[in-house]
Design a protein around this ligand. Sequence first.
Ligand code: ZN
Ligand code: ZN
Length: 249
Amino acid sequence: MDQENVRITIVYDNRTLEQELKPDWGFACVVDAGAHRLLFDTGTDGSLLLANMRKLGIDPGTVEAIVISHNHWDHTGGLETVVRLCSAKCFIPASAEKDLGARVAKAGGTCVAVSDSIGIWPGVWSTGEMGNGIKEQSLVVETGSGLVLITGCAHPGVVNICSQVKQDFGEPPYLVLGGFHLCHASSEDVKEIIQALKDLGITKAGPGHCTGDQAIEQFRQSWPDGFEQIGCGWNLRIPTTKAQRREDE
Ligand SMILES: [Zn+2]
Ligand SMILES: [Zn+2]
């Protein structure tokens, strides 16, 4: 499968890497896979989301699909705003179909209710709904460097999500990024989580959104080789093949 031009751009996060982009509590990320463009989550504030996307040169009207990780306001806030501009096909957690489905329909989009893992395009999948409390889906993107796993809040537990992906895909994610929801975790808990991610064979982690400043700092300090500083404006253009990546290094 041709996986050139896979690009992942964070357009909404609690932190920003670029001064002209506005940080805010929430998360959203654009995935360009070949000719397809997808928006994963929509942040809290629709107009801020559009402003950040446009500053990054991403036309919201070109979004073909929206994947909503879970039904929390800091991930669904911009949903109608974007759907009105692009009439995207929205992949929403089946457990939130009643609420989110009505919002999408009202804005002129269509919905796919996701319960089990499904393919969205070649090389792009939803993990399906996970967790016992608030149900959440995460996104898996195949790249020349390996699998990239993107989480919204990781309410089912970032280690559980990574383990599930390793089991389903036969390899651990190369990179996991997004909200890890460790804002209330003790440093002992964070230490165990970092170790568990390493033990699963994960190479890099980009903790953002609701991970919490303290936990992010702990990732940075105790896993310097694996830590990826993310925030609004972060982007990853992934080399086409593993062989090419080795040449680049
Ligand atoms: Zn949440
Ligand atoms: Zn959140």
